[in-house]
Structures are given as structure tokens and as C-alpha cells.
Write a protein that binds this ligand. Structure first.
Ligand SMILES: Cc1ncc(C[n+]2csc(CCOP(=O)(O)OP(=O)(O)O)c2C)c(N)n1
Ligand SMILES: [Mg+2]
Length: 576
């Protein structure tokens, strides 16, 4: 298995040697890491070449941030750390946003960066791409390590893998100084130094008393609600989660990336009655969902006046009571917790009162009926609902496709309109609401799952990672990008009254993003009506050819910041 780098011929002996390059590759392979996302350059160009020669798939990007986002979502989809490989200082910094994003979103990821000479960096003598990368990475990730000796590469990678996937997953930084790669050591000793990580994310079994406490609270509920977060989707405990929810009889809400864990069309789904269930529920059970801003911190107007009890299931004990009191914390990995809850329910569990569920489903059906005519609009230029109406049907017909989504209106409206039918098929801006994940996520989703990808992107959102369309064409990935082109951020209608410069939120009117795709040999289509959009997306999904569809959206159709305009600070002076 071990690569032999060199043979030295001392008189009478022949010693097999290996080096840092080969040990890194062997350590990755030993641990089943066979895909790398990165950008080459000093000091890791040869490492990438050698990885490729050794059968590791190395996807070479146009910008490290996109490679980093790809690695982060690869981690989410596979439960193995996604690896991003970058050069020193600027490449490292470009990848760092994605590493922090992985940590915030609890995705296992390892950022491996080459770095410059320690002796020069530490004396600040101005080395090529000088930066104390380890110190900078530390506050932004779950753990950070540096390897100085070839003999420690095995241990270094093992620590990085464990830190990334065990407990609450997150981003890990691994610093590999340039000098390490060329360091030579005895090949047999090198083999011995490698570590195969056993049981990298050990089960964390909840205490039986915690499980009982949670079930007692749930049993006492008149109006229970279950909220599934992306932690629940990550757990890949899909059957148990579904069985638990169904046995409880409670309405459920799925956070954005949890959509599809149970089909959004499930009889207990309260997706279209969100405000009702948040206000009126008396017991709320959070499974792999945090009470952060996305759930209005569990308090305030959104949650109404009815007193509530919270049950929370999370692997991280510190998550409990983060925003409101949790009366029944259950700490453990989601899979173990849900199976313990299911077992604890026994054979005679009485499901939630049916009148609660029928109140919720009545509200849901009303809201769905209200939206239905909007989704049938065939207006041109399209509004969001007209365009999303056809995409909704396409996703229903192709439930295995991975749906990538970013933007403001493009995100918020698509999340509400497009039902998901299978787990981990919707990936989006996550905890930060970050723009720029689009192409990195699409590439990793196609590479890791082999499934077709449909990316629905605001025109602004797309711009953050748009150059990766070349990467998509280069690797011939089955990705169909639909750009909701409304000439700008939120709306394309803003006017700057003060000078001839355009307003800050508008772009070149009538841009043709489809032509970008044609520049690299992909398929580019301009779609001006829902019918055209439907034909183009279906053709792309059937052919698997890299495609970009410029969907022309009415510039006046969107609203400021989509659904979260309330978070914009207001100037009092403006009103004078
Ligand atoms: C990294 C980053 N920079 C800036 C923002 C602020 N921001 C939120 S949404 C958005 C773009 C919204 O426009 P678009 O993608 O075209 O969607 P639309 O509302 O027009 O459909 C921006 C720039 C962000 N969320 N993330
Ligand atoms: Mg836009």
C-alpha cells in the first residue's frame, strides 16, 4: 500500500524510503478519503498531481472558497470529512470562510493548507505568502493542528478526522508546512506511523432517565410539535425518525435542509401552517435543530403567548438552554436518541389528540389552496411563483435530484413552494444565510452522490461562485443551473437619485448569464416564460449535460431581503 518515494543505495544496504507527500496520500487513502476539493499552487501542486496519480479524485476549482464549500457539503452528505486543499496565506484565507461556515453549520470538513517556512514566518521576515495560519484558523474552527515531522502525518490526519466527525461535527484546520512534503523517512517506519481511525464518530447514547423525561413531557402534550433540523438529516437515521414522528401523531416542521426527511406532502407536515404551529403548540420537540435566529430564538411574537415546554435532542450538551429553558434535554447522537425514544414509546403509545392535527391540517390546506393559482401563472416576464410552479413539478417528478438553492427571494420563495420528497436532497445557505455556496455545493453534490443536480440561484447569489461554471463544464457534471434573473439584489428596480452611478442593488439590465455557460462548451438557454423554463430544465435533467438557464424574472417582483426584511436596521433620521 505504501508508496516508495526513493531508494537510497548505501554500500551493502538498500533502504526503502518514503516522504511527506506520499505519507499524506497514504494516510488519506487508509482512511477512505478519496476525493479532494482544492486549488493548486506552491507548495501543494505536486501533492495534487501525486494524489491524482494514486487514484484520489482531485477536483480543481477556480477559487478556494468554492472548493471549501464543496468540501463542507461533501462532509454533510457523506458523514466523512470533506477535504479542501489550498496554498498558503491567500489561498488559505479564501478557504477559511468555508471552514468557518462548516463549523457554524456542523458539517465535518478538513481544510488542509500548505504553509510557508516556520522559521521565517515566526520571525516575520517576509517569506513568500507569509502568514501564521494556525493562529488565524484556531478561533474559526473546531480544532486546528500543525504537523512538523513526516512521522507525525498519520497522527495529525487521524486527529483531524476525529475532531471533524465526532460529537457535533465541524471544521478542522490541518497546517502542512512546505518543508514537510519533502522530508524523507524509512518506508517501513512510515507505514507504521499511519493511523486508521476506528469508530471516528462513536455513538453517544442518551441517558435512559433523559429519554423517559422527554417522553413524559411529550405524553402530557395537547398540542405537540416536532421540529426537525439539518442535524436530524445529517444523522442518516431516516427510518427511525419517520417512525417516531408517525407514532407521535404530532405535526412536524422541517427546517430548510431537513425538508424531505419526511415528504413535505406527509399528512402530519405543518410546513404550510408554520405560524399557527409555532404560536399554538404547547410542547415543542427539537430534533437536531437549534433555537437560533432561524427559529426566532424560541421566543417573542413568532412563538405567541401560549406557554410552551421545550424538549431538545442534540449531541452537544451546551446547546441546551441556549435561548430558552429546555425542560427535557436529551443529549446524544440523533440516531441513538431517536431509537431510544421509539423503544421507550412501547406498543401502547397514544398519539397526539387528533383535533390538534386536524386544526393544523385545515390551516395548511387553506394556505396551500391560496398559493395554488399563483403557481399556475404563465406570465412573461415571469414572477417568482410562476417560475417556481414549474420547478415544483419537476422536483416532484425527479425526487432523487439534489436541489441547491441560494438568493433572497429566490431562496425564501423556493423553500416554501418546492416540496422535497427524500432526505438530504435540499442543500442551501444554511445557518448564516450565506451567498456563494451555489456552485461549490452543486459540484460536490454531483460528485459525491452521482445524482443530477438542480441549482436555483438568485442572479446576485450566483455571482459569488459563477466562475465555477467552467469547473462544471470541465468535469462534465450533470448540473442544471437556473438563474432567477431579476436584474439585481432583491429587485432590479432601485434608482440612485444622487448621481449617475447605478443603485447599489441593481446589475446590468437584461444580462445573459446563459452565454457564460456557452463560453465553456455547456448548454446555455434564455427562458422568458414558465413553459420555456420547464422545457429547458427537463431537457437538461434528461441529458445530464452542464446547462445554465437564464430565467428572466420581473425586476419588480421581489421584496427587500426576501422574507427577512424585518432584520434590516432602520434609520430614524430617514423618516424626518
Ligand atoms: C456572503 C454574503 N454576502 C452578502 C450577503 C447579503 N445578501 C443576502 S441575499 C443577497 C442577494 C440576493 O439577491 P439575489 O441572489 O439576486 O436574490 P433575489 O432576492 O434577487 O431573488 C445578498 C447580497 C449574504 N447573505 N452573504
Ligand atoms: Mg436577484
Amino acid at each position: 500500500m505504501l508508496n516508495t518515494a526513493t531508494k537510497s543505495e548505501a554500500p551493502g544496504t538498500e533502504q526503502e524510503l518514503t516522504d511527506g507527500f506520499h505519507l499524506v496520500i497514504d494516510a488519506l487513502k487508509l482512511n477512505g478519503i478519496n476525493t479532494i476539493y482544492g486549488v493548486p499552487g506552491i507548495p501543494i501542486t505536486d501533492l495534487g498531481r501525486m494524489m491524482q496519480a494514486e487514484g484520489i479524485r482531485v477536483l480543481s476549482f477556480r477559487h478556494e472558497q468554492n472548493a471549501g464549500y464543496a468540501a463542507s457539503i461533501a462532509g454533510y452528505l457523506t458523514k466523512k470529512p470533506g477535504v479542501c486543499l489550498t496554498v498558503s496565506a491567500p489561498g488559505f484565507l479564501n478557504g477559511l470562510t468555508a471552514l468557518a461556515h462548516a463549523t457554524t453549520n456542523c458539517f465535518p470538513m478538513i481544510l488542509i493548507s500548505g504553509s510557508s517556512e516556520r522559521e521565517i514566518v515566526d520571525l516575520q521576515q517576509g517569506d513568500y505568502e507569509e502568514m501564521d495560519q494556525l493562529a488565524i484558523a484556531k478561533p474559526l474552527c473546531k480544532a486546528a493542528f500543525r504537523v512538523l515531522h513526516a512521522a507525525d502525518i498519520g497522527i495529525g490526519l487521524a486527529r483531524a478526522i476525529r475532531a471533524a466527525v465526532s460529537g457535533r461535527p465541524g471544521g478542522v484546520y490541518l497546517d502542512l508546512p512546505a518543508k514537510l512534503f519533502g522530508q524523507v523517512m524509512d518506508a517501513a517506519a512510515g507505514t507504521k506511523s499511519l493511523v486508521k481511525v476506528i469508530d471516528a464518530a462513536p455513538a453517544q447514547i442518551p441517558a435512559p432517565s433523559a429519554v423517559k423525561r422527554a417522553l413524559d413531557v411529550l405524553k402530557g402534550a395537547k398540542r405537540p410539535l416536532i421540529i426537525l433540523g439539518k442535524g436530524a438529516a445529517y444523522a442518516q437515521a431516516d427510518d427511525d425518525i419517520r417512525a417516531f414522528v408517525e407514532k407521535s401523531g404530532a405535526p412536524f416542521l422541517q427546517m430548510s435542509m431537513a425538508k424531505g426527511l419526511l415528504p413535505d406532502t406527509h399528512a402530519q407536515s405543518a410546513g404550510a401552517a408554520r405560524s399557527t404551529v409555532l404560536k399554538d403548540a404547547d410542547v415543542v420537540m427539537l430534533i437536531g435543530a437549534r433555537l437560533n435566529w432561524l427559529l426566532s430564538h424560541g421566543k417573542g411574537k413568532t412563538w405567541g403567548d401560549a406557554p410552551k415546554k421545550f424538549i431538545q435532542i442534540d449531541i452537544e450538551p451546551k446547546e441546551m438552554d441556549s435561548n430558552v429553558e429546555i425542560v427535557a434535554p436529551v443529549v446524544g447522537d440523533i440516531g441513538s436518541c431517536v431509537s431510544a425514544l421509539l423503544a421507550g414509546m412501547g406498543g401502547s403509545w397514544s398519539a397526539a389528540p387528533t383535533e390538534w392535527l386536524s386544526t393544523v391540517s385545515k390551516k395548511r390546506d387553506e394556505n396551500v389552496a391560496k398559493m395554488a393559482p399563483k403557481l399556475m401563472s404563465n406570465a412573461s416576464p415571469m414572477d417568482y411563483h410562476g417560475a417556481l410552479g414549474v420547478l415544483r413539478t419537476i422536483v416532484k417528478e425527479r425526487p432523487d435530484a439534489i436541489f441547491v438553492n441560494e438568493g433572497a427571494n429566490t431562496l425564501d420563495l423556493a423553500r416554501g413552494v418546492i416540496d422535497m420528497y427524500k432526505p438530504r436532497k435540499r442543500i442551501d445557505v444554511g445557518t448564516w444565510g450565506v451567498m456563494g455556496i451555489g456552485m461549490g455545493y452543486s459540484i460536490a453534490a454531483a460528485v459525491e452522490t452521482g445524482n443530477p443536480v438542480l441549482a436555483v440561484e438568485g442572479d446576485s447569489a450566483f455571482g459569488f461562485s459563477g466562475m465555477e461554471v467552467e469547473t462544471i463544464c470541465r468535469y462534465q457534471l450533470p448540473i442544471c443551473i437556473v438563474i432567477f434573473n431579476n436584474d439585481g439584489i432583491y429587485r432590479g428596480t432601485d434608482v440612485n437619485g444622487a448621481s449617475s452611478d447605478p443603485a447599489t442593488t441593481v446589475f446590468v439590465k437584461g444580462s445573459r448569464y446563459d452565454k457564460m455557460m456557452e463560453a465553456f462548451g455547456g448548454v446555455g438557454i434564455n427562458a422568458t416564460s414558465p413553459d420555456e423554463l420547464k422545457r429547458a430544465v427537463n431537457a437538461a435533467m434528461d441529458s445530464g449535460k452542464p446547462t445554465l438557464i437564464n430565467a428572466v424574472i420581473d425586476p419588480a417582483a421581489g421584496s427587500e431581503s426576501g422574507r427577512i426584511g424585518n432584520l434590516n436596521p432602520q434609520s430614524v433620521l430617514k423618516k424626518k
